[in-house]
Design a protein around this ligand. Structure first.
Ligand code: COA
Length: 184
């Protein structure tokens, strides 16, 4: 589904526009993913090299599929025509569990700790409620203090520890598992 445009003010006075990317903006999405995965691969599931191997055409198809889907979306944060952050929410499709969704997000370093994470998250949670989702889950590396601060601030509850779930720079690292039940 497509998220309508909204302008938000950041803590440092800058503004950002939040909206979905259309299929013809696939190159800009890939550019963001390459930058954020290069900067923050320790917090994410792959490095930027992965995104070097995704073609603009394939990303465009992915965005078109997202746009036509009912219970999944990505919200990108735009500044001066470039994407500086993004959040994806993907619901499950099987009959008994389709009220559940998983969430992931990444913001480029220059825009971290400006309130952008909170704006993206609040927009995602509002949208999730509107489309009838009930439960959202995510995982976060145990050392990702910024992520943990954001998720706990908006009400996610820690439900477990996933030991040695990722192999980063030759070392196994742990993640916390979080869930949020959306109230009516
Ligand atoms: C995790 C991430 C999305 C958080 O976004 P953000 O832009 O820092 O979020 P905000 O600026 O809205 O900050 C949210 C809260 O966390 C706090 N915070 C920010 N950075 C922090 C840090 N390093 N340590 C502790 N708290 C921090 C802020 O003060 C704010 O609290 P407040 O509103 O009470 O002041 C962002 O840091 C990011 O994308 N990092 C790289 C990729 C990544 O880690 N993705 C998540 C993988 S699970």
């Amino acid at each position: 589904m497509k998220i309508a445009q909204k302008v938000v003010k950041l803590k440092d006075g800058r503004s950002a526009t939040l909206k979905s990317a259309s299929p013809d903006e696939a190159d800009l999405v890939l550019q963001h993913l390459k930058i954020s995965h290069k900067e923050s691969y320790r917090n994410l599931n792959q490095g930027s090299a992965h995104w070097d191997n995704v073609s603009v055409e394939d990303e465009s198809k992915f965005l078109a599929d997202l746009e036509s889907g009912k219970n999944k979306f990505m919200i990108m944060a735009w500044v001066d025509g470039k994407i500086v952050g993004g959040l994806g929410l993907f619901s499950q499709t099987a009959e008994f569990v389709r009220h559940n969704a998983s969430l992931g997000m990444s913001i480029q370093n220059a825009y971290c700790n400006t309130g952008l994470g909170t704006h993206l998250m609040n927009t995602a949670l509002e949208t999730a409620k509107q489309i009838g989702l009930r439960r959202i889950d995510l995982t976060v590396r145990t050392y990702n203090t910024a992520g943990i601060a954001l998720y706990e601030k908006v009400g996610f509850q820690r439900i477990g520890l996933l030991k040695e779930i990722a192999l980063i720079d030759g070392q196994y690292v742990d993640e916390y598992s979080y869930q949020l039940l959306l109230k009516d």
